[in-house]
Design a protein around this ligand. Sequence first.
Ligand SMILES: Cc1ncc(COP(=O)(O)O)c(C=O)c1O
Length: 391
Amino acid sequence: MAIDVARARAETPGCRNVAHLNNAGAALPPEPVLEAVVEHLRREAAIGGYEAAAEQRDRVEHAYDAIAALLGCARDEVAIVENATRAWDMAFYSLQLREGDRVLTTRAEYASNYIALRQVADRTGAALVVAPDDEHGQVDVAALEGMLDERVRLVSLVHVPTQGGLVNPAAAVGAACRAAGVPLLLDACQSVGQMPIDVAAIGCDMLSGTGRKFLRGPRGTGFLYVRRDLVESLEPPLLDLHAAEWQPDGSYRIRPDARRFENWETNYATKIGLGVAVDYALGWGLDAIRTRVYALAADLRRALDALPGVRTHDLGEERCAIVTFSVAGRPAAEVVAALVADGINVSLSPVSYSRLDFEHRGLDDLVRASVHYYNEVAELDRLIDRVAALG
Ligand SMILES: Cc1ncc(COP(=O)(O)O)c(C=O)c1O
């Protein structure tokens, strides 16, 4: 079923104010998400925070079922946390790396993940090794496969990078990791919500995601999936009385499900809102969302590449909703500022967010325009006209 764009826009209050092409930053939430969050905040104010959480327990718990349905996993394999970075960190810092161990990453690696990888490598003497790209600019699966030996304790793969339309071949990497018995941690922060994600089909053992980007959920929400047979072998780097229980003999027992990666105090309103956002995405259908956003982005790339002095920089055989480009002679920050001043929300992709890729390609900061299914062609045309005037 094709997306009913008129309905999508009518249900998105922000569409009345801006041409929002910063969906890879934070998408505009739909009315039901906004209502759910505000309604819960009102209940907290009306009857008390703990009391509102107890009253709305089913809605809070539903967020786990919604994420499980989105990813094709079980609810006890899901932790809901503050953002994708914290989700990723909780999985990564649970690994006990030692000197001689290796972690494989790729050129699409995101700065926060890389910094954590570097910190642990520096602390432990483990090696951080970067797998090369293939001729399409996506991870070279055959080369990565050849690097999977008994020293490799983890493969860290960014599904869709912050700086472009590349969709890394996650299922092929998953198959290689499965065959080698090496866990795969997939950063699905930019892919979840814009395409179907099935953890079993991909073959990833852990996956991190965020609420505010293509899922259109509230800010400050994220989640972690950990495959059930792995959960109990991962000791979270931080524990509290939600993740573990203090025993009468003075010891503690870590809970057996993925909520061991959460902490006790949390934002109930946004947790409910995240569940509503996931239901809302599933209501449209992730296949239909993917079809529309890929097509809009492909048209945008074609139009930008046709402008003198303008070049897009998206890699990979499969390209998604993120479009990055440069305008000759204009710093990217200046282009972003000009577009934002005209009510066209785009963002900056700085070199420091993904150095392995930017430096390998010799690129400077880029302008990022990221579409969603509620964007209309007229908004893309406005962007194209404005960029043409700058070029
Ligand atoms: C590829 C990628 N991974 C991880 C993150 C971090 O997500 P969060 O800000 O929710 O922690 C981002 C954020 O832009 C991202 O683009």
